[in-house]
Design a protein around this ligand. Structure first.
Ligand code: F7E
Length: 359
């Protein structure tokens, strides 16, 4: 917050550091305890993964800082619903990954022990419509965060949210850390650039910087534009008589879908290792969009064929047909494995949407 600027609504109390109110923190935790607490800085804290990660790190005893866009502060009900329940336990800064000065300022002030860079334009479909902003935000955003850490807090451990979309058109299944990249979308290309930047900052400047190559991961907090949430939300609406059909694109695409809550633990484990290395995080199972649809409709006792309409305009100009990850390295070195199976994930999401829409 700039000097002289007025606090924005009730978020005033959620921005203690940004407003130079650090003694509030001291009162809460005491100077000694605060010193011992690890500090984590999360970009994209208001997204699906950011919210689970913030909860996880709070439970581990971290002091959690997040950067959110000014638009989120202006409209917290709409933008901060995933972290509403922990707003009084975290410190939020307004800022954008597109602006080097804001990131530098925040990182210099906080001096975090760990930085989780999750913020991005993450909707693959949209990246075909606006490839310029996707590449700009995702590539420059990652460069800005890496550079700010190098300059302001070089001991800070850095996590980059890479993606299975980097594999794109695959020749071998399953994919692991050695599988070559062949991205099929501006989004995938931007993530390859972020992955390479992360590697280069590790090798050239000695940062503890790692990439988690995460396959699709979902939850009841998933954005409504992604196919899983679009399906579970529509299934709940149809069941409750609030909608009549569900329009979808390619039902044959296969993905390796896991639970976001499991995947954030892997991010933390990657930064807790002695050596910085990249890891694939997945479930090693692939299912089609059609299977997801069928299980979701079956769960509420409806036949999906009566409601799903194929809409060719929802097909992508270049599709990724099949992704399935081999997480053997993460299992061996991090001791990580997924705990939520595919069918359980679908049920969890349908149940949550039914519950929300019935309120
Ligand atoms: O699409 C097909 C679509 O948008 C999955 C992001 O988190 O995971 C995600 O990327 C599949 C595609 O996710 C619709 O063509 C059919 O084959 O849910 P999605 P995504 O593109 O796989 C990766 C790992 C990331 O890193 C990304 O950030 O579903 N599909 N019909 C559809 N997809 C959508 N969105 N909407 C449809 O109507």
């Amino acid at each position: 917050m700039e000097p002289g600027e007025k606090p924005i609504g009730h978020l005033y109390r959620y921005l203690p550091v940004a407003q130079g109110k650090r003694d509030t923190d001291k009162k809460e935790f005491g100077p000694l305890k605060e010193k011992k607490m690890k500090k984590a800085f999360i970009t994209g804290i208001d997204g699906q993964d950011g919210s689970y990660l913030a909860e996880f790190l709070l439970e581990k005893g971290y002091k959690v800082y997040g950067m959110i866009r000014r638009v989120a502060i202006e409209d917290p009900e709409h933008h901060l619903w995933r972290i509403r329940h922990i707003l009084d336990k975290i410190s939020l800064f307004p800022g954008s990954i597109e602006s080097y000065p804001t990131i530098y300022k925040n990182i210099q002030k906080i001096k975090p022990d760990e930085c989780y860079h999750l913020a991005a334009q993450s909707f693959v479909s949209y990246s075909f419509e606006d490839e310029f902003s996707t590449l700009n935000i995702n590539i420059n955003g990652t460069l800005n965060v890496l550079s700010a850490i190098k300059e302001a807090s070089p001991k800070c451990r850095f996590y980059f949210a890479a993606s299975s979309e980097m594999f794109g058109k695959v020749r071998h299944t399953p994919q692991n850390e050695l599988t070559p990249f062949y991205p099929r979308s501006p989004y995938g290309i931007s993530k390859v650039a972020g992955f390479e930047l992360t590697r280069n900052y590790r090798e050239a400047y000695g940062l503890f910087a790692v990439s988690g190559i995460l396959f699709n991961h979902e939850s009841p907090r998933r954005g409504f534009e992604f196919v899983t949430r679009k399906i579970t939300n529509a299934v709940a609406e149809i069941k409750l008589g609030q909608a009549e059909e569900l329009r979808l694109g390619n039902l044959d695409a296969k993905r390796d879908w896991g639970f976001s809550g499991d995947y954030v633990k892997a991010m933390w484990l990657m930064l807790a290792q002695d050596k910085p290395e990249d890891y694939v995080i997945a479930t090693a199972e692939a299912h089609s969009v059609r299977e997801f649809v069928k299980i979701a409709f079956d769960y509420v006792g409806l036949n999906w064929k009566d409601y799903v309409v194929i809409d060719k305009t929802l097909y992508r100009p270049a599709e990724v047909s099949l992704l399935m990850g081999d997480y053997a390295k993460a299992r061996k070195k991090l001791g990580w494995k997924p705990t939520v199976k595919f069918e359980e994930l679908v049920r969890m999401m349908v149940e949550a949407d039914l519950e929300r829409l019935s309120r």
